[in-house]
Design a protein around this ligand. Structure first.
Ligand code: NAD
Ligand code: GLY
Length: 369
């Protein structure tokens, strides 16, 4: 079904801007968008085997039908393939396609594909045009917008990377209909995050509409994705390179979440589930630190529960989680920082509150088997 296309602009810096298009069935217009970037080009569509199985055939057929010379690179699935080997595969494939014409990369998949293909586009011939066509809810509302690209090393996540903005973000909500329910739910944590950090009205809307989001052709889903992208675009416009403490707010709940994911061996919680529990912990820490009111804290817990996301930590202890946070601190900024809430819709960056408060917050959430 084709519905109205919603359009937003990202303005990451002076004189630079690119559109985000959101709608159902709009992937069909991919050839027109490619032609607008270059009249004479070869295209590499990068995807993974899951997305490829469901969606690649019509995309490639559409491109060849429009006379566009396109090939596809299907990567293996999952975070463990967000690595140097996959990056090499993409750039080698680009080298094989390279002739006198322009080269364009289409990143067609979730955040893993988007980050890898984005980094390949950023670095091949010092930068070639890139279209982000996200297919997970997380990628629609977060990773496809804002230009963070890269891959993981055995020593840590996203250690190799760059900021490289796409020419276009093309969000076809119809692709989400094949997304497994737990992946959709994972993205929902990030959707809630936007309301919490910067938009109380959006949060209130989610309280009413969250159960309607999983319908891929629903107006509430399109509106929610648009609102999240608008907030992300605004944040990126103010702090593209994550140096001013504005983009850092997007990491609300993530200090807890990274520790939960690591301590529980990455198997118990998906990233979105860990973010959900992490956001509750961060909200509770905000309340203990004298900022957030108890009524707001209860609203946050209720919405996360309504979204079907977890609110408890199983399989770790407070001391273990604190140790993971300290370790993360050493490998990253050298300083343990938290994003706290003054109220729903207003977040700020804070130095770490007293350890006893962090421990108390964790203890309240931990359940033993
Ligand atoms: P993902 O790309 O691994 O996709 C999740 C799963 O869904 C995979 O199994 C994938 O094959 C499958 N899938 C994707 N689209 C599908 C579809 N339409 N139908 C059926 N299956 C589909 O994971 P993700 O959650 O999209 O992204 C996580 C990654 O994003 C992480 O590597 C994270 O670091 C990165 N990330 C980047 C940014 C950024 O700003 N660049 C922001 C947030 C997260
Ligand atoms: N998802 C974090 C960022 O884009 O900065």
């Amino acid at each position: 079904m084709e519905t109205t296309t919603r359009e937003l602009k990202v303005r990451p810096g002076p004189g630079r801007e690119y559109p985000i298009l959101i709608g159902n069935g709009i992937l069909r217009k991919l050839p027109e968008h490619i032609r607008r970037i270059s009249g004479s080009c070869r295209v590499l569509v990068v995807t993974d085997k899951n997305v490829g199985r469901f969606h690649l055939k019509p995309v490639m057929k559409n491109l060849s039908g429009a006379g566009i010379d396109a090939e596809a690179e299907e990567l293996p699935v999952g975070e463990r393939y967000k690595n140097f080997g996959s990056y090499q595969k993409i750039v080698r494939r680009l080298a094989g396609l390279d002739d006198a014409r322009d080269l364009i990369v289409v990143a067609f998949g979730g955040g893993v594909v988007g980050d890898l293909a984005g980094f390949a586009a950023a670095t091949y011939r010092r930068g070639i045009p890139l279209i982000q066509a996200p297919t997970t809810l997380l990628a629609c509302v977060d990773s496809s917008v804002g230009g963070k690209t890269g891959f993981d090393l055995p020593q840590g996540k996203n250690l190799v990377g760059s900021f490289y903005q796409p020419n276009l973000v093309l969000i076809d909500l119809d692709t989400l209909k094949t997304l497994p329910a737990h992946e959709f739910q994972s993205g929902m944590a990030e959707v809630i995050k936007y309301g919490l950090i910067l938009d109380e009205r959006f949060f209130a809307r989610l309280e009413r509409e969250i159960v309607m989001l999983p319908a891929h052709d629903s107006a509430p889903l399109a509106a929610a994705v648009e609102r999240c992208c608008a907030i992300k675009a605004k944040v990126v416009g103010r702090d593209e390179r994550d140096t001013k403490g504005v983009r850092a707010m997007l990491n609300f709940g993530h200090t807890f979440a990274h520790a939960i994911e690591a301590a529980c061996g990455y198997a118990t919680y998906s990233h979105g589930e860990a973010v959900a529990v992490g956001m509750i912990c961060a909200a509770e820490l905000s309340a203990r630190s004298g900022y957030l009111k108890s009524n707001d804290l209860e609203r946050i817990e209720r919405l996360i529960e309504k979204a079907g996301l977890p609110n408890k930590i199983k399989g770790s202890t407070a001391d273990e989680l604190i140790e993971y946070m300290q370790r993360d601190k050493k490998t990253r900024t050298g300083k343990l920082r938290f994003i706290l809430l003054e109220r729903i819709g207003r977040a700020f960056v804070s130095d770490a509150p007293p350890l006893k408060d962090i421990r108390a917050v964790l203890k309240k959430r931990i359940v033993s088997f």
